[in-house]
Design a binder for this molecule. Sequence first.
Ligand code: SF4
Ligand code: SF4
Length: 356
Amino acid sequence: MEGQRTPIESGCPDGFQYMHPVMRKNYGDWAYHEDPRPGVLKHTARGGDAIYTVRAGTQRILDVFTLRKLCEIGDEYADGYIRFTIRSNIEYIVTDEAKVQPLIDALTKEGFVVGGTKNSVTSLSHTQGWLHCDIPGTDASGVVKSMMDELVDEFTAWNMPNRVHITTSCCQINCGGQGDIAINVQHTKPPKINHDLVSNVCERPSVVARCPVAAIRPAMVNGKPSLEVDEKKCICCGACFPPCPPMQINDAEHTKLAIWVGGNHSNARGKPTFQKLVAAGIPNNPPRWPEANAIVKRILKAYKEGAKDWERINDWIERIGWPRFFEVTNLPFTKYHVDTWRGARNSLNASTHIRF
Ligand code: SF4
Ligand code: SF4
């Protein structure tokens, strides 16, 4: 329309323009890959071309100075092409094997850690936290930083039976994904409503519709339209908080962390699996989260000692059984671990392993 500017379409640009030319040329035509050393991959194409990928961990939420530094290293020591993995690792692609070691040396000299391939613990993936999102109960990047500091030796070596993907999420309902180990926020009390703000800020029907257990009702409070929560029904999920911030559920004491294990998106060897809760009510204790860290390390130690080569965490638990998992990790098994959701009968009955 006249006088109005054309909308700028946003979204992902075409990735091919940023690809290393050898990757572009051989797209879809790779024959096999090898792992020459931790943090380095070698891919060979059917036509004989080969590329080396050097992977280093980053803190994901990158300041511009670090990003420039990483790019300078790419220009000077690699072929000028980088990409980021979903787990915030940077990858440099080179075609000349002789460039690999100087590139690793340059990264190491600047304090970056090379690793995260094959049977290592790669960087924890984390959700946006307070930087971009309006519903976090914690800052996922802080949990990630404290955990990766403790697990850095597992990032740089191939010590694990298979790769370990750890994920974090800063609310209880949205991103976070399936991980071999997942550290998720857990709210333990219903939201406390700031009635003065509800009528100014919230669309009450959307908030009512948002609740998965129909615990929210419209109500008049002090002569103003507001909401009320049936606390007996509320499952403390936090889904009402994004459309209505006055439904205050975040709480320094009652917002905890929970640890889940055995999630796997992949269907390479078996079906994808859901993660299952193994520890709850863990203090959300910044800046180093020692309690959550200790449990993750205990699970990793038991997995490293007990799993067979190439078993992922879910395969290992499937083989030894959940009772044995709780024994070897020394985690308490409580009645809260039993799925009492009314639809659980379907999933429980789907297994032939149920014994009465
Ligand atoms: S996990 Fe939840 S709070 Fe964190 S970024 Fe995703 S939606 Fe937002
Ligand atoms: S926390 Fe979840 S269950 Fe409780 S009132 Fe809000 S949306 Fe409903």
